[in-house]
Design a protein around this ligand. Structure first.
Ligand code: HBI
Ligand code: FE
Length: 283
């Protein structure tokens, strides 16, 4: 399948995955991370993630080849994975996503950074994000996010979009027939947060409501204080211009919410029965 043209703005950041630069130790780091995380994710990750991991041939033993991995994904949803050196500027990120090109850091963490890295590496980007690009609804959501980012008129709109992305693509939970499951890449690639997000009694777990999320600050330095829950990938919010304008109007003039705040309209998931109850605490 032909590779779509890289948008001009992104060309300085996209490279051929430099596979020759991976050492035996790098592949071994991948294998150790993969093994540990797939053990922890059993019974905790949503089934479409596991399906995607297998269908995209994301293997346990070596850092995947981005071109080979992209073929089955492109056949399923039109997405491809391209290599970048690390975090790219917002406009570059959005331009790539709008073309169904997912930028993945190509390098892997060093053994002394096994448990914590500041910038996303190939394990976070590929193991965490790529499997769900096989899911049509999720695939459409990420492209729409890229397009929405390109349309954003100011920093306030960008911030609202970033919060939506954070609380879904990075830290989202999903209610499946089997029970509450993880789908966010930031959780799925973190051993500590995999357990915390589902099993700790401390964070709130609240039904996702787009405008509510768009006014909620998030933590980048610790586990989340609130996780938002979707009832299926089809329930991810629409991100077209009209829908986003409506969301924005509904929170116009409202203050931002702290990462651990609840508001009276929140539907809070109970730990035991898997059902929601109305928040008792007001903001
Ligand atoms: N670049 N490579 C990469 N990966 C990201 O997840 C990413 C990025 N640049 C900007 C960005 N994320 C976010 O700030 C946007 O979602 C707002
Ligand atoms: Fe990420």
């Amino acid at each position: 399948m032909p590779m779509p043209a890289i948008p001009a703005i992104a060309r300085p950041y996209v490279l051929d995955q430099p596979r020759a630069r991976y050492s035996e130790s790098d592949h071994h780091t991948w294998a150790r991370l993969y093994r540990r995380q797939s053990d922890l994710l059993a019974g905790r990750i949503c089934q479409p993630f596991l399906d995607g991991l297998e269908a995209a041939c994301i293997g346990a033993d070596a850092i995947p080849d981005f071109s080979a991995m992209s073929e089955p994904i492109a056949a399923a949803t039109g997405w491809r994975v391209v290599a970048v050196p690390g975090l790219v500027p917002d406009d570059v990120f959005f331009a790539l996503l709008a073309e169904r090109l997912f930028p993945a850091g190509w390098w892997i963490r060093q053994p002394d950074q096994f448990d914590y890295i500041e910038e996303p590496d190939v394990f976070h980007d590929v193991f965490g994000h790529v499997p769900l690009l096989m899911n049509p609804a999720y695939a459409g959501f990420i492209q729409a996010y890229g397009e929405a980012g390109l349309r954003a008129r100011d920093a306030a709109e960008l911030k609202q979009l970033a919060r939506l992305y954070w609380y879904t693509v990075e830290f989202g939970l999903i209610r499946a027939a089997e029970g509450l499951r993880i789908f966010g890449a930031g959780i799925a690639s973190s051993p500590g947060e995999t357990i915390f997000a589902l099993e700790s009694p401390s964070p709130h777990r609240v039904a996702l409501d787009a405008p509510r999320v768009m006014r909620t600050d998030y933590r980048i330095d610790d586990y989340q204080e609130t996780y938002f829950v979707i009832d299926g990938f089809e329930a991810l919010p629409p991100l077209d211009a009209a829908a986003l304008d409506g969301f924005r109007r509904s929170i116009d003039g409202l203050t931002a919410l702290g990462p651990g705040a609840l508001v009276s309209s929140d539907m809070v998931l109970s730990q035991g029965d898997g059902g929601y109850h109305k928040a008792r605490r007001a903001a």
